[in-house]
Design a protein. Structure first.
Length: 282
């Protein structure tokens, strides 16, 4: 998608009742959500996003493999959590909607499951609101920034849909690597988890350079320096810290294709640069 005006015409209120003013989509600056959409084969991106994404993909096949593996992990994790009885999902950094979204997977198990999607990219809000127009009030999308957890927890739309007195699945898929150390991502996750009751879950995935030759490490992050968010990959040990105080579900923290695969995974650690795990709050 290359036309700014075409995208703005899809800007609908959550109930689909009317158009809102065009958003500042900043099409000239690459955005991680739109780059990720391109990795997945989507069309909701601008030339600047595609150019940046192509530069990253030129470094090797790991980027696209990891994006697809991450999406599949999201779907398996959401289905598993719904099967454990979870009916509320807080999906932060949701990205541009594609097949098999959180509410679609969760509602296959619990038709009354509720999902609050949060993202800071206007194009995500455009497409999510159009998608959710037929959700009958069981899902919503909120403009929010992960770096402000207090605002997320206090948001009236989140509060309307999510009962923080009942178990909630906090979903942070492929988002924490866009929070650098200066913003203290560990404190952000702790703040969010602390607000959830016992029996809640944290599911996350995170980009890593653990399987990239030392000479090539940092090349992908260099491309993101021109984007709206910087990329900070972390080691397995660093990602594991996000689960401090929680009970990791089997098989623990593994690369995305190895987390409870539906079939024998085709990709291995060496070809997938993203850690994945799910944990329960005791």
């Amino acid at each position: 998608m290359t036309d700014h005006q075409d995208i703005s015409l899809d800007w609908m209120s959550p109930d689909g009742a009317g158009l809102r003013p065009p958003a500042d989509l900043r099409p000239e600056i690459p955005h991680p959500a739109r780059m990720y959409d391109y990795y997945l084969g989507g069309k909701d991106n601008f030339p600047a996003d595609r150019e940046a994404a192509e530069r990253v993909m030129a470094l090797g096949p790991m980027v696209k493999i990891s994006a697809l593996a991450n999406r599949a992990f999201l779907q398996r994790a959401v289905r598993h959590l719904a099967e454990q009885g979870v009916k509320q999902f807080l999906d932060i950094g949701t990205g541009i909607p594609t097949a098999g979204n959180t509410h679609e997977i969760a509602q296959q198990v619990h038709p009354d499951a509720r999902v609050a999607y949060l993202d800071n990219d206007p194009i995500v809000l455009v497409h999510s609101r159009a998608l959710l127009a037929a959700s009958h009030g069981t899902a919503t999308v909120v403009h929010a920034d992960l770096r402000d957890p207090a605002a997320i927890l206090d948001d009236p739309e989140v509060r309307r849909l999510i009962d923080l007195g009942q178990p909630v699945a906090l979903l942070l898929f492929a988002i924490l690597h866009f929070v650098d150390e200066a913003d203290d991502p560990y404190a952000i996750v702790r703040r969010l988890v602390d607000a959830l009751p016992s029996g809640s879950y944290l599911a996350l995935s995170h980009g890593t350079s653990d399987f990239i030759p030392p000479a090539d490490q940092g090349k992908g992050a260099a491309v993101y320096r021109s984007a709206t968010a910087q990329l900070t990959t972390r080691t397995r040990e660093q990602v594991l810290r996000f689960f401090d105080g929680l009970e990791l579900l089997e098989p623990g923290l593994v690369t995305a294709p190895l987390w409870r695969p539906d079939q024998e995974p085709r990709n291995t650690d060496a070809t997938t640069g993203i850690w994945a795990g799910v944990a329960r709050k005791p």
